[in-house]
Design a protein around this ligand. Sequence first.
Ligand SMILES: [Zn+2]
Length: 51
Amino acid sequence: MEDKKLVCKDCGAEFVFTVGEQEFFKEKGFDNEPVRCLDCRRKRKAERNNR
Ligand SMILES: [Zn+2]
């Protein structure tokens, strides 16, 4: 496996989907690659927790 470069759907920034993260996703049974960078994922998570 290799690190993958993806473009964030929310802010358009390039981010790296690391091998470690890919393995984590695989372990969890997620088929999809992340569509957002870490910052945007954190933001969304924080927003969700506020509700
Ligand atoms: Zn982003």
